[in-house]
Design a protein around this ligand. Structure first.
Ligand SMILES: Cc1ncc(COP(=O)(O)O)c(C=O)c1O
Length: 297
């Protein structure tokens, strides 16, 4: 986001320009990461899988015990109104719910007015040439927290684990972090799910391995099955990436991004070097998103 790029923000009950979107320094979303969020995409003037995102948002809010003012109807209206104000065929939407202003100290009962914020803008997670060539991953030294610490299934505003994993990856000259769980199995990347294709089988870890149940992930599993591929949700280790024919990441921000290397070693079939399955899925995904959107009107 840069000022004046057309970014629109719904905050405090109205839509404003980015530079006018302000929040209290006493908001517990800022002070303690106390809140939830969603990242969504607009394709062809329609919000991709809006209801799935709203459901996950609602469940996250329920887990944290933050009421959604006006319920799902009101949130849906905010998202669509802000997307309309932004305009354009494609956009990225960041929907945020914070606990609101409260006293210093983590006690959430001091917060009375949860804040709903919706940002509509553009997002570029990786450089275009990297997306075409494939991004470079490194295995993070940080593990995903166990569900009985901070449940990775809740898309909360507390993203320090992902931020530090990403920082480490960038310091080590890579694009993205591969994050393992406490058992050494793959959880996910910093803000994306991991897929492996081997012998025509499409595999991804189940959410119980510590990754977010991604909506792009679910879509890719659906697309793979529709293309006649065998799909499997199973525990995966680093070894599965080294032995894969193809590896890619999925996410609303990332979309579908091929992975070229892990910890400096090239991934993929050394004989063909191609990515026929990722390409088929990418092509099908481009049509799929246009069939699964809520028009912004
Ligand atoms: C930690 C994490 N994992 C996975 C994903 C991918 O989820 P989705 O496809 O629903 O965007 C995200 C999305 O931002 C994420 O933050």
């Amino acid at each position: 986001m840069v000022d004046g790029d057309g970014t629109k923000v719904w905050i405090g009950g109205r839509i404003v320009e980015a530079e006018d979107a302000k929040i209290s320094v006493f908001d517990h979303g800022l002070l303690y990461g106390d809140g939830v969020f969603e990242g969504m995409r607009v394709y062809g003037r329609a919000v991709f899988r809006l209801e799935d995102h709203l459901r996950r948002f609602e469940i996250g809010a329920r887990v944290l015990g933050i009421p959604l003012a006006g319920g799902r109807e009101a949130i849906r209206a905010i998202v669509l109104e802000t997307a309309r104000a932004y305009g354009g065929d494609e956009a990225y939407i960041r929907l945020i719910l914070t606990r609101g202003r409260g006293a210093l100290g983590v006690d959430p009962t001091t917060c009375e007015n949860p804040q709903t914020i919706c940002i509509v803008t553009r997002i570029h997670l990786y450089p275009e040439d990297k997306i075409a060539r494939g991004i470079d991953l490194v295995t993070s030294s940080l593990r995903r927290p166990a569900p009985d610490a901070v449940d990775p299934g809740v898309k909360s505003l507390n993203y320090l684990n992902s931020v530090l994993a990403k920082r480490e990856a960038r310091l080590r000259g890579a694009d993205e972090a591969l994050i393992l769980n406490a058992r050494g199995c793959i959880a996910e990347a910093s803000v994306a799910n991991v897929f492996v294709c081997r012998d025509g089988v499409l595999m991804t870890p189940p959410p119980s391995e510590g990754g977010l149940p991604g909506i792009t992930r679910a879509s890719v599993l659906e697309i793979g099955a529709a293309l006649g591929m065998e799909t499997r949700e199973c525990a995966l280790g680093r070894m599965d990436l080294f032995s894969a024919d193809e590896v890619f990441l999925t996410g609303s921000g990332a979309r579908i991004v091929p992975v070229a290397s892990l910890d400096g070693a090239p991934l993929g079939d050394p004989i063909t070097g191609g990515r026929p399955i990722t390409e088929r899925i990418l092509k099908a995904f481009a049509e799929f998103v246009l069939d699964h959107g809520t028009p912004i009107g």
